[in-house]
Design a binder for this molecule. Structure first.
Ligand code: SF4
Length: 311
């Protein structure tokens, strides 16, 4: 795992200037490699390590002019904002017929809202990532009650549910406890109108309230009385919803598209089981999780079982 190492400046006594690490996904690592390559001549010239050294000469592209080390400086926040706005204009970004003003803060806020509104159980990790002292700050300041965004997310959830039902009604095999139930009870669709019939039936199920929870590791056909995560009348409990709880839940379905996720779980467990230093209790949990993943993969088809046996 890569991390960006820096300091947090929140203007709070005892917290300002605290060292902090941000998890860096591959795309951030790549962006920093590009910055390193671009800034290399300026850094060599000034013997300074900063990545944002630019010529103090307005906001144009002056990089190919002769460089005097004393004219190089770290771009200020207003200058970065100005350049971002020019970048947004060059891309033709607009909203309601007005040019969209790109800012660095928008990326951070969009990420927080997207992550937190879809699954609020991630708020604690998100608050740590953003360097907030309290989870409530993330919750109120960044997530809040954004009516329009909520509407967009609801529409997206309905579309995802229809597509997932279509897939489950046609898939040759399904795993998970609800998967076996669906395979036994689903109607058969045949003939030239099969695709349209499947879609109408899937929409019917969603309109009747059978909205699915869609996540990387499977589908949740939510019924409160069977919910292993102890959900309530409004849906699953995000604090307890995680792959292992779902794997033993009566609402859970996996299909072929979740195979890579569970295969990776088997491989990760096998790697952990080869760690001699792990305590016995941890090894027991890892083994139980590996068996859980293998069981789900086996339910999806024999080729998968062979895959996991050789993984
Ligand atoms: S444990 Fe998973 S499958 Fe079961 S109700 Fe909760 S979210 Fe759905």
């Amino acid at each position: 795992m890569s991390v960006i190492v820096g300091s947090i400046f929140k203007r709070q006594p005892g917290y300002d200037g605290c060292p902090h690490e941000w998890v860096a996904p591959p795309v951030a690592v790549q962006a920093i490699s590009v910055l390193e390559a671009l800034s290399e001549p300026h850094r060599a010239l000034t013997a300074r390590p900063e990545l944002w050294l630019r010529l103090r000469r307005g906001n144009g592209a002056w990089e190919w002019h002769e460089v005097q080390p004393e004219l190089l400086e770290i771009a200020s926040a207003p200058r970065v904002s100005h350049l971002l706005r020019r970048f947004g204009a060059a891309l033709g970004l607009s909203h309601l017929d007005k040019p969209w003003r790109l800012t660095t803060h928008q990326g951070r806020k969009t990420f927080a809202r997207f992550a937190a509104l879809r699954d609020r159980s991630c708020l604690f990790a998100l608050a740590q990532h953003l360097g907030h002292r309290e989870r409530a700050q993330t919750d109120h300041g960044y997530v809040g009650s954004d009516y329009r965004l909520n509407q967009e997310i609801d529409a997206e959830i309905l579309n995802q549910s229809v597509a997932a039902w279509e897939h489950m009604l046609a898939a040759p095999g399904l795993g998970g406890r609800a998967g076996a139930e669906i395979v036994a009870k689903r109607p058969r669709f045949r003939g030239s109108r099969m695709k349209q019939d499947l879609r109408s039936y899937a929409r019917l199920l969603v309109d009747a309230g059978l909205v699915l929870g869609v996540c990387d590791w499977g589908y949740c056909v939510y019924r409160e009385e069977h919910s292993a995560c102890l959900g309530n009348a409004t849906g699953p409990n995000p604090a307890r919803r995680e792959p292992s709880t779902c794997a033993r839940c009566q609402n859970f379905v996996v299909s072929a598209q979740h195979r890579p996720y569970w295969l990776e779980q088997v491989r990760r467990s096998e790697r952990l089981l080869n760690e001699p230093a792990l305590p016995l209790q941890t090894l027991r949990i890892v083994r139980a999780r590996m068996n859980e993943a293998r069981g789900l993969l086996r339910a999806l088809g024999s080729d998968t079982a062979e895959e996991t046996d050789h993984a």
